[in-house]
Design a protein around this ligand. Structure first.
Ligand code: PMP
Length: 448
């Protein structure tokens, strides 16, 4: 109440009754894109439990698969094989290009990335790991070393050897602290020029090479990159940036790891995996969140060659890929196909982006709209000229207002200045319209 105050507004764009919620939301139930709190109030979920509920809360098909498996077998531990694990590994790897064919099961994104660090170091014999500014790779002591955002860092040496290198944020123009704002934002991300023919894009690539020459160790174990940054605020890299980075990493003996924890399973719409939008093939892919539609599950997929370097040790994870997790994850894959979830992500995502871009053109405090499919970021600014982040109390006010109007969204970015729009991929165009009307109203309320 202190943050949002009591404001007079007729915020009913879709004739929904407005209620001011003055206490934390206690969620009690969910179905597809909807959540209900303990008092029976309904919310449209546009954050999917932090980008995790991929096909819909309690999706009937996935729930049925879970119920069937619950009656058959819950757990044996990772020392036994069971058909659910084998079937799922086969299903998952058919979705990945050669030579990514060996699967390791874990329970979360952090565990997948921890394992990736270990495997990369064992395979290459090198120690140093590169990640990008703005990245989030997990909350374990090792994974927080990979994560760049200072608020997630521990003052402990467990993250030794992890270097958070610069990442061009095309909108903010931040590169090594210098401002560079002379090119239209969209043209750099989506420009169709060939490499070497686009001044704006080439500048980023030149800076990347310069950074490698001047700051990156001669031998490295790995590079981690999210195809589109999630927690970082839907940061998209300039075109060819990831491809060039992969080349530079491999020249230094490192392997390239795509963290698909947020971008996998069709979320970006145009591709099943985010890395496919960058014309690269990673040496390792880590995944979690959407894989289990909310059931704890994670995996790492790599090449037989890298797996063989690891075979000398033991990968033991009590719950990793247990029968229940595999049955659920398998049903999630079937559902993505049957419900045409990825296609929906592309269609509704494109519509949302177009409509949000109209709001960006209309309002001074909406600085940038970016992303792909249903992985969208809306960056809020004090004003378009300065591009200074909208102060956090204003962000919270808008965020709470949106919640009060019945929509749950996320927040991210290095300054907490970006709204994250990442709903379950089953949302409809009507849901998108409802969200747009609510968002529009919340921005208007803020300006009053
Ligand atoms: N990688 C990315 C890109 C993530 O967004 C997250 C979680 N937000 C993780 C890794 C860590 O996943 P988990 O919370 O399941 O450990």
């Amino acid at each position: 109440e202190r943050l949002i105050g009591i404001r007079k507004h007729n915020c009913n764009p879709m004739t929904m009754k407005v209620t001011y919620y003055k206490k934390p939301v206690f969620i009690n139930q969910g179905y597809m894109q909807w959540l209900w709190d303990v008092d029976g109030r309904r919310y449209l979920d546009f954050f999917a439990g932090v980008v995790t509920v991929s096909v819909g809360h309690c999706h009937p098909k996935v729930t049925e698969a879970a119920e069937n498996q619950l009656r058959r077998l819950w757990h044996t531990s990772a020392i036994y094989i069971y058909p659910q694990m084998q079937e799922y590994a086969e299903k998952l790897t058919t979705l990945l290009p050669e030579p990514l064919k060996v699967v390791y099961f874990v329970n979360s994104g952090s565990e997948a990335n921890d394992l990736a660090v270990l495997m990369a170091r064992l395979h290459t014999g090198n120690f140093d790991i590169l990640t990008l500014r703005g990245s989030y790779h997990g909350g374990s002591p090792q994974a927080t070393g990979l994560t760049s955002n200072a608020i997630y860092k521990y003052p402990v040496p467990s993250s030794m050897g992890c270097h958070n290198t610069m990442c061009p944020d095309v909108f903010r123009g931040l590169w090594g602290g210098s401002q560079c704002r002379d090119s239209p934002v969209q043209s750099i991300r989506e420009c169709s020029c060939s490499p070497g023919q686009c001044q704006a894009n080439d500048k980023y690539i030149d800076q990347l090479k310069e950074m490698f020459d001047t700051t990156v160790p001669r031998r490295i174990a790995a590079f981690f990159g999210e195809p589109i940054q999630g927690v970082g605020g839907a940061i998209q890299y300039p075109k060819n940036y990831l491809k060039e980075t992969y080349q530079l990493v491999r020249e230094r003996g490192g392997i390239c790891i795509a963290d698909e924890v947020q971008t996998g399973f069709g979320r970006t719409g145009s591709h099943f995996w985010g890395f496919q939008g960058h014309s690269v093939i990673p040496d390792m892919v880590t995944m979690a969140k959407g894989i289990g539609n909310g059931f704890p599950m994670g995996a790492l997929v790599t090449t037989a060659e890298i797996a063989s370097s690891f075979a000398k040790g033991i990968h033991y994870n009590t719950f990793g890929g247990n029968p229940l997790a595999c049955a659920i994850a398998s049903s999630v894959l079937d559902t993505i196909k049957e419900d045409r979830t990825q296609e929906n992500s592309a269609n509704v995502g494109t519509y949302l982006m177009m409509e949000l871009a109209k709001l960006r053109n209309k309002y001074e405090i909406i600085g940038d709209v970016r992303g792909k499919g249903l992985q969208i970021g809306v960056e809020m600014v004090r004003d378009k000229a300065s591009r200074d982040p909208l102060p956090s109390q204003d962000m919270i006010q808008i965020f709470e207002d949106i919640k009060d109007m019945g929509v749950l969204i996320g927040k991210g970015g290095l300054y907490g200045q970006t709204f994250r729009i990442k709903p379950p991929m089953c949302i409809t165009k009507d849901d998108a319209d409802f969200f747009l009307a609510v968002f529009n109203q919340a921005v208007l309320n803020h300006m009053q």
